[in-house]
Design a protein around this ligand. Structure first.
Ligand SMILES: [Zn+2]
Length: 72
């Protein structure tokens, strides 16, 4: 049995940031429709609501594990 959500957590630190951040920051780490793992790095409040600034994660910011290859 495979759990797609667990695949992106290479260490407890990365898993911890997802668990500890409160709404509406979550999900801070998620898998986009194209299969790329993304991390929300900022929030912007606009007249139309809350906007997310996100970025693809290529390496884990905590342990350095390569999570995925850069895609053009
Ligand atoms: Zn890690």
């Amino acid at each position: 049995m495979s759990d797609a959500q667990d695949e992106i957590f290479c260490c407890d630190s990365l898993k911890g940031v997802v668990a500890e951040l409160p709404e509406p920051a979550a999900p801070t780490v998620y898998r986009a429709d194209n299969g790329v793992t993304m991390m929300v790095v900022g929030l912007v409040r606009t007249e139309e609501g809350l906007g997310y600034l996100d970025q693809a994660i290529l390496h884990c910011p905590f342990c350095g594990t390569k999570l995925q290859a850069a895609k053009p």
